[in-house]
Design a binder for this molecule. Structure first.
Ligand code: ADP
Ligand code: GLC
Length: 492
């Protein structure tokens, strides 16, 4: 570590409080890694109504707090708790955050006031620093939800005794979600109209939070080196490539870490039996229990392919759907599927166990414990993503000796090493074409390795378990990024 920093993180979700995907894992875990390295970190997130305050030891922290939005002052309260030295401060404003789901209603329709909700969260986080006289060296924001943070700092707080010295960093976890909303929200957001221009927040007449964030942040990152390169291009960048290109070396890719406190088969309390590289006997127990739980045929000698995912276009399950029938008919293999999201995909995967009894087990929904069971009990783990900024499940899979079958994109390409049939090297199976045929053939390749090249399979499992994606290395890379942001901020 160069020197201890005060770091304010602002995020729309963070474990253990709220999580819909990898952002929650990162925003809850990276701060603890930074704190271990001697920094002082506060994470601000919404206090969603359903968060169990007693379970997390939330106590009143700061109230009342007035937050100026364009033309109105909103009064809210902040509750907090400490985890491993990190302060987690949760903004309580029921009008915005007391809802059953984080971003959308039960029909998956975005809440219409999302731009207001998350603009408010971001300003509330900055206001909290001002009210408490806590001067951060770095304000680190994540994704479109909090991407207004750098602009608030530059436009309103550049001269503030508490916030004037704060450099800003924006991490992009998924560039497809940009925060595009009608311009009518702009006055409430509370930036100026001269920030609503084609090279700042305006995008074909609408707001684009991420675009403005890219412009105003002192430094930027995304969650893997390969995705960083992909986002500079016209397809991967979803229109923002040119703006990222303009930032040159201020934009870097830093691979996410895994929280091995939570995801490690040698001490995971959620799985039926524990195991490590010295003996995989526990893994065989986990496989049998998983087969039983999902009503698959209980047999050691049939490979199980696991899936745990949000069902969204990004994840590529529409590439599996046309061929899963011919895979289970043509190969001796089972699928253990956990997922939720897209109604069409839910309707497709939901009835598969009835069509292929004993061969496909499906659970539609979000289920943390079952996710651990699938990681532990499967032989292979399938992620046919069309794009994948980092991906965490393949990283967990490696540690659970569950060999990933992935499309070679973004973080999947950076974390999985291609199997070499001649030497037995590698940690997984990669394909390039986003086609059902490629999914079919690559699953077939893994399955044939299971049956025909057992020694390779065993060596790959042990190799996979030895790969280390802990947060320490990534936290060190973030420190370098913070120093760059601070230098850029000072140079202004
Ligand atoms: P993304 O953030 O794009 O969804 P990641 O691979 O980075 O993808 O992270 C997904 C995280 O969410 C993992 O921790 C995974 O276990 C979890 N997850 C996704 N879908 C489910 C589900 N249906 N049930 C339980 N956990 C899930
Ligand atoms: C996003 C991406 C995923 C990444 C996660 C955490 O949800 O889709 O690939 O792992 O953010 O950075």
């Amino acid at each position: 570590m160069e020197r201890p920093l005060r770091i304010l993180m602002i995020a729309s979700e963070a474990v253990p409080f709220a999580k819909t995907g990898g952002l929650g894992d990162v925003a809850g875990t990276l701060p603890r890694a930074l704190q271990r390295r001697g920094h002082e970190v506060t994470v601000v997130l919404p206090r969603y109504g359903w968060i169990d305050g007693a379970r997390h030891g939330l106590r009143p922290f700061h109230a009342p707090m007035g937050v100026w939005m364009g033309g109105v002052e909103e009064w809210c309260a902040v509750e907090a708790t400490e985890i491993e030295g990190v302060t987690f401060a949760l903004v309580r404003y029921d009008r915005y955050f007391d809802r059953p789901l984080l971003y959308h209603d039960a029909q998956f329709r975005d809440y219409a006031d999302n731009p207001r909700r998350f603009a408010f969260l971001t300003r509330a986080a900055l206001q909290l620093c001002r009210d408490r006289g806590w001067a951060p060296d770095v304000v680190h924001v994540h994704d479109w939800q909090t991407a207004l943070g750098p602009a608030y700092l530059k436009v309103w707080h550049w001269n503030d005794p508490v916030l004037g010295g704060a450099a800003s960093v924006l991490t992009i976890h998924n560039i497809a979600y940009q925060g595009r909303y009608p311009a009518e929200h702009w006055p409430y957001i509370g930036l100026r109209w001269d920030n609503f221009t084609a090279d700042t927040f305006e995008d074909h007449g609408a707001t684009n939070f991420l675009k403005g964030g890219i412009r105003f942040a002192d430094a930027l990152s995304t969650v893997s080196p390969t995705y960083a390169r992909e986002t500079l291009g016209p397809i991967g960048g979803h229109g923002l490539g040119p703006y990222l290109l303009r930032r040159g070396a201020d934009y870097v890719g830093i691979l996410n870490g895994a929280d091995y406190g939570e995801w490690d088969p040698s001490r995971d309390p959620k799985i039926p039996a524990r195991y490590d590289a010295s003996s995989l006997a526990g893994k065989a127990v986990c496989k049998r229990e998983l087969q039983r739980r999902l009503q698959l045929e209980v047999a050691d000698d049939i490979p199980v392919v696991g899936i745990v995912s949000r069902f969204v276009e990004q994840k590529g399950f529409d590439l599996l759907a046309p061929v899963i029938g011919s895979i289970v008919r043509g190969m001796r293999v089972q699928f253990a599927v956990l997922g939720a999201g897209d109604k069409q995909l839910e309707a497709f995967f939901g009835p598969l166990p009835r069509r292929y009894p004993g061969r496909v087990g499906t659970w539609i929904g979000y289920h943390d414990e079952l996710a651990h069971w699938i990681e532990a009990g499967s032989d292979f783990f399938l992620m046919p993503s069309r794009y994948e900024p980092c991906g965490l499940n393949q990283i967990y899979s490696l540690r659970y000796a569950t060999l990933p079958i992935v499309r070679a994109t973004g973080g999947l390409d950076d974390t999985v090493e291609q199997y070499d049939e001649r030497t037995g090297d590698g940690t997984g199976f990669k394909f390039h074409d986003p086609t059902p045929g490629a999914v079919h053939d690559t699953v077939g390749w893994a399955v044939s390795t299971f049956y025909d090249r057992k020694p390779h399979l065993e060596a790959m499992r042990r190799r996979a378990m030895s790969r280390d994606f802990s947060w320490e290395r990534s936290a060190a890379a973030y420190e370098r990024l913070y120093e760059r942001a601070i230098a850029n901020h000072r140079a202004l």
